[in-house]
Design a protein around this ligand. Structure first.
Ligand SMILES: Nc1ncnc2c1ncn2[C@@H]1O[C@H](COP(=O)(O)OP(=O)(O)OP(=O)(O)O)[C@@H](O)[C@H]1O
Ligand SMILES: [Mg+2]
Length: 454
């Protein structure tokens, strides 16, 4: 049967437990929670000292993390062994409350000197059971007078230890949550920085792109204007030659009928050239618009011979020894015929121009097998050879050694060879004169078409 005094004490202890519970719920600093636990605990049991020891697995000891009433040198300093040689060690190991009513009658435990220094007489220890399993530590109260810790005191202490264990879990969670929030905040900040950087980079890229587009458009316009003039100049010159020749032929008085037939042939040729000029304009427009150039299977020998006769027209009396050598049984090539004739035309014109001032004038065209899947065309002349400064800047636009040259012929040849799936290069084989070679792909399917390389 409890006395009114005892009932009042129990009520007071329960109130203290509830107060501590609500404090622990609000406070997320674990050290503050443990210190407050020690204070309330000591006050409620009317003792001078309380301490909370935390088990440290690595050291295998019990470390005083918080307490109340102690002088310096105990809290945050003292450790005791986590075994039965100390009161708290025994409570920790057995899980049972350990009560020592009078330390002077103690034979069981090796008490550290600070007990005597604080004049401690009675102690009580209960286990703080970890909520995650296992033991977390020990709650101890100490009095300076003989104190019988009764059943109610032990229940109170055990209840307190449970609330401490709860607070520890909450605090661990709070710390983990705070760490996650901190990490998340950092990530968000980093993401913001990255976003800003990306936006800036994208803006820079867009500006660069539009600048490049502008520059290349300006460049392309300049080059195309020159290229159009260059390409059209050749058929126009041929037309003028044919018409001029036809006129002279018709003006001649003798054999008018025969002359009329000759003139007719020349006018036909002029007409062909006019058609060719139209085709060139169409092709150049195709190049600008990046449309696909239509390629078909062609007999390369026929293409070469036709180009040769076009290019040689008007220069028949220049005493050039012409030779065309074609290997047997060559496969058809997949090309845009007009573009390949433009290549041949440009290369042959260059050769003729390079042989103007040399004595021996030889122009050799060779068509033969190249790398697997390709047919090679080689144009070799016995002209003056390429000036070293031109070789160094081969295929660049506007590189010319001629007063009337535009320096676009070779660049156009290279572009067209590549647009047809081939390649063009200069042969550097120490033979006097100059030689160029280009390869073209063998026809695979009748309607094989590749996009033009712009
Ligand atoms: N067969 C060749 N022999 C010697 N030099 C050549 C030969 N072919 C080209 N070259 C050199 O390369 C330069 C560039 O040739 P390219 O055909 O590109 O331009 P171009 O002939 O000067 O002018 P155009 O644009 O009217 O063709 C020429 O000016 C010339 O110096
Ligand atoms: Mg040229």
């Amino acid at each position: 049967m409890s006395t009114p005094n005892e009932i009042e004490r129990l009520r007071h202890q329960q109130g203290a437990l509830a107060d501590f519970g609500s404090f622990a719920f609000r406070e997320d600093n674990l050290l503050a929670v443990l210190t407050e636990a020690a204070r309330i605990c000591a006050q409620s049991l009317d003792v001078t000292f309380a301490k909370i020891c935390r088990y440290r697995p690595e050291e295998d000891d019990l470390f005083v993390v918080a307490g109340c009433g102690w002088r310096g040198g105990v809290v945050g300093k003292v450790v005791s062994r986590a075994d039965e040689t100390s009161t708290q060690g025994r409570a920790f190991v057995t899980g049972e409350p350990v009560i020592l009513e009078d330390v002077s009658k103690n034979n069981s435990y090796a008490l550290p000197p600070f007990y005597a220094e604080h004049a401690i007489v009675s102690t009580a220890d209960v286990l703080i059971q970890s909520k995650c399993g296992g033991s977390w530590g020990v709650l101890e109260v100490d009095s300076t007078s003989v104190r019988k810790f009764d059943r109610h005191d032990v229940v109170f202490l055990t209840g307190f230890a449970n609330v401490i264990a709860e607070a520890v879990v909450t605090s661990d969670r709070t710390v983990a949550m705070r760490d996650s929030i901190r990490a998340m905040t950092l990530l968000i900040a980093e993401k913001d920085v990255l976003l800003v950087e990306r936006e800036k980079r994208e803006k820079d890229m867009r500006e660069l792109q539009s600048e490049l587009l502008h520059v290349s458009r300006v460049n392309a316009m300049g080059q195309m204007t020159a290229a159009i003039a260059h390409e059209l100049n050749q058929p126009l010159a041929a037309i003028a030659n044919y018409i001029g020749a036809a006129k002279i032929t018709l003006e001649s008085a003798d054999q008018p009928a025969a002359r009329a037939v000759d003139a007719q042939g020349m006018i036909d040729k002029a007409q062909e050239q006019a058609i060719r000029a139209g085709e060139i304009i169409k092709k150049l427009r195709d190049m600008v618009e990046k449309r696909e150039s239509v390629r078909s299977a062609e007999n390369l020998e026929a293409v070469v011979r036709e180009a040769m006769s076009i290019a040689m027209f008007g220069v028949v009396d220049s005493q050039i020894a012409l030779s065309i050598t074609v290997a047997d049984a060559l496969p058809a090539v997949q090309i845009d015929k007009v573009q390949i004739q433009q290549i041949l035309f440009n290369l042959i014109r260059n050769s003729i121009e390079a042989m103007r001032d040399v004595k021996i004038r030889k122009l050799e065209l060779t068509v033969g097998p190249g790398q697997p899947g390709f047919v090679d065309v080689t144009i070799r002349d016995s002209g003056i050879g390429m000036p070293a400064d031109v070789v160094a800047r081969l295929f660049l636009p506007f590189v010319t050694s001629k007063t009337d040259g535009m320096g676009l012929g070779l660049m156009i040849c290279q572009t067209l060879a590549e647009a047809n799936g081939g390649r063009l290069w200069r042969l550097d084989d120490n033979v006097p004169g100059t030689a160029f070679r280009f390869c073209l792909p063998v026809a695979i399917a009748p309607d094989y078409a590749l996009p033009l390389v712009a």
